[in-house]
Design a protein around this ligand. Structure first.
Ligand SMILES: [Zn+2]
Ligand SMILES: [Zn+2]
Length: 282
């Protein structure tokens, strides 16, 4: 998960992927023109995506690999969240199911039993030992890494998943962690850093501190709506690191008892959505 947050929890990276999917961007110049990112920064980010097996280089072009194509559901969930919970909805493209013509956000379903899933139908299980690793390794500041001109569309969601610390705190909150001491025990970050992240997430409307208990941090409806993003990030993380035995965080569908394999379903015709059956239209 930490590797996934490091790779995908980055505004410029999400913009690169969005342009690859929506505009079929393949060339450096295309991304350079659309993002305005400094060439060195863009080069580094493309190289990181090649290293991670998300893009492959082929005669001067960058193409999405099978693993890269598998990020489409994460991007759709990010879009759905922005559409529903931010003021940016009016400038976002429309999501269309080509087979039935339905326009609008899809819903989450369990591939195991075929039923529609909400966060309330699931248990998020936490392996506290595995979460130790979340804070080890490379650190990167999402803020300094993102040049100012880059796609402002991801500003709000980046407060929640924009670096491994914020992503981990949000993920733990989805798993039912509420108290400062519990966050601290699971994450092993300094109290100052944790306080700073929690405060930022409260300011961003992802968490709130109930008046009845100031030691608690609870997800707002806006924060809980990030469930789909996390479900697909987790699924993609397993896909990208198949040899990693223990995921640290597991979502179980209570109704069927299976570990959740998420899929997207059309609200119009109720069919499970495939990548090639959908499109973003302006
Ligand atoms: Zn199920
Ligand atoms: Zn449909």
């Amino acid at each position: 998960m930490a590797a996934t947050f490091d790779l995908l929890g980055d505004r410029l990276t999400l913009t690169i992927l969005r342009l690859a999917f929506v505009e079929h961007a393949r060339r450096f110049n295309h991304w350079s023109e659309k993002t305005g990112a400094p060439p060195a920064v863009l080069t580094a980010r493309l190289a990181a995506l090649v290293d991670a097996g998300v893009l492959e280089r082929d005669s001067g072009e960058y193409r999405l690999t099978e693993l890269g194509l598998a990020t489409w559901e994460i991007l759709v969930c990010v879009w759905s969240w922005q559409r529903e919970w931010t003021a940016e909805w009016s400038v976002l493209p429309e999501f269309v199911h080509l087979d039935c013509g339905h326009r609008g956000p899809p819903v989450l379903m369990c591939r195991g039993c075929g039923r529609t899933v909400t966060p309330h139908d699931t248990d998020v299980e936490l392996d506290r030992d595995a979460l130790w690793h979340l804070t080890s390794g490379r650190r990167r500041s999402a803020r300094s890494a993102a040049p100012a001109q880059v796609d402002a569309r991801f500003d709000e969601i980046m407060e929640a998943i924009g670096d491994r610390w914020s992503a981990a705190v949000t993920g733990l909150a989805l798993a039912g962690v509420r108290r400062f001491s519990e966050f601290r025990a699971a994450l092993r970050m300094s109290p100052t850093t944790l306080t700073e992240r929690l405060t930022r997430l409260v300011e961003a409307g992802i968490l709130l501190r109930p008046e009845t208990d100031a030691r608690e941090y609870r997800l707002t409806p806006r924060g809980r709506a990030l469930f789909g993003v996390f479900a697909f990030l987790l699924a993609w993380s397993h896909h990208a690191h198949p040899l990693n035995p223990e995921p640290g965080l597991r979502i179980r569908h209570r109704e069927c008892g299976a570990v959740l394999l998420p899929a997207l379903r059309c609200r119009g015709c109720e069919a499970e959505l495939g990548r090639t059956e959908v499109r973003f239209e302006s």
